[in-house]
Design a protein around this ligand. Structure first.
Ligand code: TXA
Ligand code: MG
Length: 350
């Protein structure tokens, strides 16, 4: 298959028309959202969801998020919309919050991975918005990466994974947030966060009072089964062995320097992911591939570049990767959730 690559902002009317045609006939279009790039298909067409699973190499029991452009669409897709749900929609849509609700008949089980619930999100990215509106279809879209690769935050990442596998990629530049939306399940007694993201538990608590966090995603307990099926897969794993080194700033840097020295002496290629403020701590003539992963003081600089750095580590063939911890602050929890998974829970404390 020849994948069309189109730049947003060049010949938009034609581009959206072409993308809409593809979606309406069951084809696949990758597009930017404010979180990560999505791989879109018609959410109400089972053939389209089969194509999405095939293109990603993703297990079909992992449900897709349905993207909408108008609040009224929720009532066509979901059975019961509580007052709390309405408050969340009002507070955070359009934006990086996905809400799980009981699905209506029209939503095929192929889209929901066999579940009777549906994940719905209204993205705020103008390209995503216009694509949904112009095509007139609800767009089912997982992140546009091959299963097991980091989510794409640029059109080039999408191209690396999806060229020849899908009909079209819309290039809208680098995304702003860089990690996937917060998922909140509104089908139970209390709102439950199934995946942390830019919208923090505190922000949700401010709107609806009580909120719980799925215990399967909070800690190190691998025995619990997450309610969001996608959270159970080993995601985002770089090819090299990634370890997180946590502890006091200087002690952690010293530990990383000694680990790098040891691995280099054994002939391995290494890489380091560190805070902007700490780059100079690795200026010892031994450390190589030291990447500025953004600043904890401004967490969006960390989230925005995280997946891209993990891809870079693969590109350069890093065999051992050491990352500092980025656990402080509001989004630190979501960032560490992704980083810990990428590291396969390898954490070195010092
Ligand atoms: O930011 C995002 O959410 C991006 C952009 C493209 O919108 N999408 C994204 O999709 O991250 P994906 O497929 O990579 O992740 C969807 C997650 C998976 O963990 C899946 O298991 C969960 O949402 N999910 C979807 N529907 C669900 C449902 N009905 N119940 C529980 N979890 C669900
Ligand atoms: Mg994904």
């Amino acid at each position: 298959m020849n994948t069309i690559i189109a730049k947003a902002g060049v010949d938009d009317d034609r581009m959206y028309e072409q993308a809409a045609e593809i979606l309406k006939r069951g084809g696949l279009v990758a597009f930017p959202t404010e979180t990560v790039y999505g791989l879109g298909g018609d959410a109400l067409n089972p053939d389209a969801s089969h194509r999405i699973y095939a293109a990603k190499g993703r297990p079909s029991d992992n449900p897709l998020i349905v993207h909408i452009a108008e609040t009224s669409s929720v009532y066509e897709l979901a059975e019961t919309v509580s007052d709390d749900t309405k408050k969340l929609m009002e507070a955070f849509w359009p934006g990086p919050l996905t809400i799980i609700l009981n699905k209506k008949e029209v939503v095929p089980h192929t889209t929901t991975g066999g579940l009777d619930t549906v994940a719905i999100r209204m993205p705020s990215h103008p390209v995503a918005m216009r694509l949904i509106k112009d095509s007139g279809v609800y767009i089912a879209a997982p992140s546009a990466n091959l299963s097991g690769r980091p989510s794409p935050t640029t059109a080039q990442h999408v191209q690396q994974d999806m060229d020849g596998r899908i009909d079209m990629i819309i290039d809208g530049g680098a995304v702003g947030i860089g990690i996937e939306s917060t998922i909140v399940d509104m089908t139970g007694d209390r709102p439950t966060i199934l995946r942390p993201g830019y919208i923090t538990p505190e922000m949700i608590r401010d709107i609806v009072g009580d909120v719980t966090i799925d215990p399967a995603i909070t800690g190190m307990n691998n025995a619990l089964r997450p309610k969001a099926p996608g959270m159970k897969y080993t995601h985002y794993a770089p090819k090299g062995e990634l370890s997180i080194v946590e502890g006091d700033r200087l002690a952690a840097a010293e530990k990383i320097r000694s680990l790098v020295a040891e691995k280099k002496a054994q002939g391995y290629k290494t890489a380091i992911l560190c805070d902007t403020d700490n780059v100079s701590l690795y200026d010892d003539g031994v450390c190589e591939n030291v990447y500025d992963a953004g600043s904890k003081k401004n967490e969006i600089t960390v989230s925005a570049g995280l997946y891209s750095l993990l891809r870079t580590c693969d590109d350069i063939g890093a065999q051992y990767i050491y990352s500092e911890s980025f656990e402080e602050g509001d989004m630190g929890y979501a960032i560490m959730n992704r980083l810990i998974k990428a590291a396969g829970h390898r954490i070195i404390s010092c």
